[in-house]
Design a protein around this ligand. Sequence first.
Ligand code: RIB
Ligand code: CA
Length: 328
Amino acid sequence: MSVSEPEPIVYDTDSAIFNDDAAALAMLLRRPDRVDVLGVTVVAGNHTVPQGAEHMLHLLELVGAEDVPLHLGAHAPLVNTPERAARQEARWGPISFKGAFDEGPDVRPPHGGRFAAVRPRPADAASFIIDAIESRPDEVTLVAVGPMTNLAHVFRTRPDLAPRVRRLVFMGGAARVPGNVTPAAEFNLWFDPDAADEVLRAGVPEMVMFGLDITNHAPVRKTLFDRIVAADTPLTRLMQHHMGPRYARDPAATYYVWDCITAAWLIDPSVATVSETLPIAVETAFGPACGATTVTDPGDPRGRPVEVMLDLDVGAFYELYSELLTAP
Ligand code: RIB
Ligand code: CA
């Protein structure tokens, strides 16, 4: 693959109405010169899989990308459960967001009140990802912006394929800053720490981490939000629907747009200004640190080399974010 060709990616997502999984996908789809979205795979995390799939199908329809296949993935983490989360809270204090663990089985229609005409494809997420890697060995980048359960199933089924992935780019973890759902853990890795642990140890040749270290740097404030929604396109109307009420209640509110920073870097790597390759391990033991990403000591066999993104050209990111989300 020459450097000028778009990077083939599988977008593995725990979905959102808009912020941030859906917004990040819209950004990627608007730069086909940089990324070729082979498919979207949905995993439980922010939402249950059936609910999350409806949000992402709606997004695909809204941006005219109905030809991008969407596949349903793992409905539950490898080990973590709502009951275990409740036990964790009872012993070690509140978990500020539990996503799909707090959602019931009902599936609500997306914004507009109508389910998208485009439906999920029959193959499950793991089978789709396996086919993608097999048909383009050494070329496919796995972009994981949710818990890594689907990817863990891929490498449990086909451990031989891990070295044939081009790279894993993931949003998750926190190397040198506190977590966002517990003092120790970031949501994606907290929801399924065992999957993240397995995937990081699977043998993918290159791994790039967009953890809270970098994603904390660029919260979206009302001024930027107002400028974007003023474009008044179908996409910005969805943004207004999802994010507007919070800004209306509290003009000082901020939204973190974690996955969008990951997407921005895939489009323009110059947005990340500082990174370090660090030995990273995931804490899987049931305890207050469950789901934490640890920078291990030299010689600790648990650590895997991960390029950890640490700082951002915030102005360049806001510009790209706003340009892509306001495009007609
Ligand atoms: O902690 C932030 C991450 O958790 C983001 O990917 C967000 O979309 C949720 O999945
Ligand atoms: Ca996400």
